[in-house]
Design a protein around this ligand. Sequence first.
Ligand code: SF4
Ligand code: SF4
Length: 364
Amino acid sequence: MTGRPSANDLVEAALEHFDAAAVALADGPWREAAWSAWFSAGCHADMGWLERTASLRARPDTAASGAFAWLIVARALRTEPPPLALWQDPRRGRVARYAWGLDYHLAMREPLARLAEAIRRAAGLTAPPRGFVDTAPVPEKELAARAGLGFVGRNTLVITDLDGSWFSLGGLALPWRPAGAAPYDPATAAHAADRGCGTCRRCRSACPTGALVEDRMLDARRCIAWATIECRGEIPETLRGRLHRWLAGCDLCQECCPWNGRRPDTRTPRTAFDPEQHAPLLVAALALSPDSFRKRYGSSAVARLGWTRWIRNALCAAATAPADADVRAAVRRHLDSSDAVVRATALWALRRLDAGSDEESDSP
Ligand code: SF4
Ligand code: SF4
């Protein structure tokens, strides 16, 4: 790479570190009206940080980054398929694949920094381009689709031919307009999305809580991933008994996508399934102390939940597990927790176990 790198140069450099890459120009039109309608409808739930940065996400060209373009990179999320007997065991919880292995923020940080430094040198910049992995108010998925990395599926995720939606995104804000970057055409993007999903609606059917309220529109208030990862405080009653044993995230609208699981090889190796980490017995999940939780999940994205949310989620999952003496005892020990959310959720879970509700017995 010499001189101000072109889009091709940038992608070539990025592929030395990542599984896929593409360049999006900071040109409109932007989807301000769609963002505004989404926020007005309250679909962002309690994610006030999203609302506070809404204008930057809706118009990333006006963001303080001074970006003329973005180099978007993807790291494949490769996981060994979990054994069905364990994955569907009603006594076990489930951790979504985004949180298997090393936390993707950490896994992407170093290669992104190396890439940024290589670009700094090649472009003659005084400082490396600013990088982000969920760390800047940038609409990463929208930029990835604009860059041509893939199309936006009905499940709201970008679907690539890398491996469907199984990947993590990051990027670099570029202070110049790389030659050869393709301009964004909304009609072409919409056509690609229509053609990509075709008549398939599996994700919308697979979502057990109706969170995909329209094609390509998520109501976070109904989403298990929001409830387990983002929701502060108690999980709303409407979702509490419907977590389908997910302890961190939810993969149901991805597991069913025909674009996922097609590609056998990527530069990122597969993460092996670990029953203790990825499908722990609920009684074991509830037995973790703050220290043992940190030891077990310290390097994974699960750690970002913190112990309180982990236990809260495990209590919700346990409430729909077979109500044997071990589960009851594991729930009961949190009744006198010093944490009010844990205490309240434990009480709710115990009442539910006592009532013997079978509203949610197993799959999906
Ligand atoms: S993550 Fe789960 S709850 Fe959320 S939209 Fe997808 S299937 Fe529905
Ligand atoms: S499951 Fe079907 S409708 Fe949903 S994103 Fe995948 S291809 Fe599109």
